[in-house]
Design a protein around this ligand. Structure first.
Ligand SMILES: Cc1ncc(C[n+]2csc(CCOP(=O)(O)OP(=O)(O)O)c2C)c(N)n1
Ligand SMILES: [Mg+2]
Length: 206
């Protein structure tokens, strides 16, 4: 994705469009070569790429600090000479505002922008994964994004409890409906596996 985004962004740039390619990656890719190659070329060619790095502290069981010389991955992007910021990924408003600023900067033709959203992964990728109990408690009880947003909305008088409860009920019902739809739908046909992947020409099978 880090490399594919370059091609998409180059296309936008060549066509003179103000679109941008947003690439969303975890922290687990940031030690890989193509991660750095992508940042380097995007910065050199001033490509319209928004790098959204969701740093949730772990790649499977490997803590960020055990596999990188820093836990703040936005520092890497600074070296490639692009604007790069660290935001609290669990603060919905902070994340929104930082993203808006980045999008505006890219659309203004200033080249790529990197945002590190610091957060924490609730579920392990496999069940035997170990994370310190106090760390689990802290993130689940004190840093839960929906809870934090709810408290802020109530404190600032934007909506009351009843309205928020009603919104939650509506969203829960919508999610249930989507799950039911997915489970009741037939599996896709193998012949359609390449549909919407290649544009405009047939792929020759060699
Ligand atoms: C190229 C490649 N190497 C290894 C894997 C195995 N793998 C699957 S998920 C994962 C960790 C991803 O961690 P991160 O990017 O932090 O994402 P998170 O699940 O924390 O959001 C790895 C190594 C893979 N899918 N692809
Ligand atoms: Mg991760």
């Amino acid at each position: 994705m880090m490399v594919t985004a370059l091609g998409v962004a180059l296309g936008f740039q060549m066509q003179g469009r103000d679109d941008l390619a947003a690439v969303i990656v975890g922290d687990g890719t940031s030690g890989r070569g193509e991660w750095h190659e992508s940042l380097n070329l995007a910065a050199t060619w001033k490509l319209p790429v928004l790098y959204c790095c969701i740093n949730n502290g772990y790649a499977i069981s490997t803590a960020v600090g055990d596999s990188h010389a820093t836990e703040d991955l936005y520092e890497f992007a600074l070296a490639y000479k692009m604007p790069s910021v660290l935001v609290d990924g669990n603060d919905i408003v902070a994340a929104y505002l930082a993203t808006q600023e980045a999008v505006d900067s890219i659309r203004a033709g200033n080249g790529p922008y990197f945002i590190e959203y610091k957060t924490w992964r609730w579920q392990g990728i496999f069940s035997g994964e170990f994370r310190p109990p106090e760390e689990v408690r802290y993130w689940k009880e004190e840093r839960e994004p929906i809870k934090m947003a709810r408290e802020r909305i109530l404190a600032e008088g934007i909506a009351n409890e009843a309205t928020l409860d009603q919104i939650k009920e509506e969203v829960d019902a919508q999610i249930e409906a989507w799950i039911t739809f997915a489970l009741q739908s037939p599996p896709p046909e193998p012949a359609k596996a390449t549909a919407d992947i290649y544009v405009g020409w047939e792929v020759e099978v060699r």
